[in-house]
Design a protein around this ligand. Structure first.
Ligand code: PRP
Ligand code: URA
Length: 207
């Protein structure tokens, strides 16, 4: 299932990220903010249980988070800035890392690192990568998470191409995708158009 979060604050911040005038510091801050706002939607179905507590005025049962604990898993590099933003909402979440880069010629993902929470099978997993382009990186990361035992996975991206959405929906129909926007298409180099450029380079000031 695909969820496009059309909230005005997200759309405004995404447009600022798209602008070529936006520098590294602002881009990084915007990416973290948009991710936090996307998480608000992606975590809409977290379980609540009535919990007994005392307000300054009286005792009562009040809803608090329960159920599976959370894991945020970043696809390196660019997914890191997203987990940083989301941690401001759920600071107790565990964080995993999957190192992948996209070969510029084949556009296939190349794995170079991974470290997941040991109890990943018992956690709800929110996988972060700002760009869902061909879907190769996200698809490989989801398969890696499933092989490690993860049962409940949501993919959070800032921007997607229709091609990448179609790949994830076909390969992993159980994984919900939460994005801020789906753009027109991929260009001949596998970049999302109109897009925002290379997310990792814009976050870290590399080229
Ligand atoms: C970018 C992006 C995604 C991937 C998306 O990473 O952050 O991980 O490309 O493309 P895909 O859907 O076609 O796989 P990149 O390979 O540039 O690595 P980086 O994050 O380290 O810059
Ligand atoms: N990776 C990016 O960072 N940007 C794109 O447009 C496609 C893949």
């Amino acid at each position: 299932m695909l969820t496009v979060v059309a909230h005005p604050l997200i759309q405004h911040k995404l447009s600022l990220m798209r602008s070529v005038e936006t520098g590294v510091k602002e881009f990084r801050e915007l990416a973290a903010e948009v991710s936090m706002l996307l998480a608000y939607e992606a975590m809409r179905d977290l379980e609540l249980s009535p919990t007994h507590l005392q307000t300054p005025l009286q005792e009562g049962e009040f809803p608090m988070l329960s159920g599976k604990k959370l894991a945020l898993v970043a696809i390196l590099r660019a997914g890191l800035v997203m987990t940083d933003g989301i941690l401001s909402l759920v600071p107790a979440a565990r964080v995993g890392h999957i190192g992948l880069y996209r070969d510029p010629l084949t556009l296939k993902p190349v794995a170079y690192y991974n470290k997941l929470p040991a109890d990943i099978a018992e956690r709800r997993v929110f996988l972060t990568d700002p760009m869902l382009a061909t879907g190769g990186s996200a698809g490989a990361a989801i398969q890696f998470l499933k092989d490690a035992g993860a049962q409940t996975i949501k993919l959070m991206s800032i921007l997607a191409a229709p091609e990448g959405v179609a790949v994830i929906e076909a390969e992993h129909p159980d994984v919900e995708i939460v994005v801020a926007a789906v753009d027109e298409r991929l260009n001949d180099h596998g970049y999302i158009v109109p897009g925002l450029g290379d997310a990792g380079d814009r976050i870290y000031g590399t080229k």
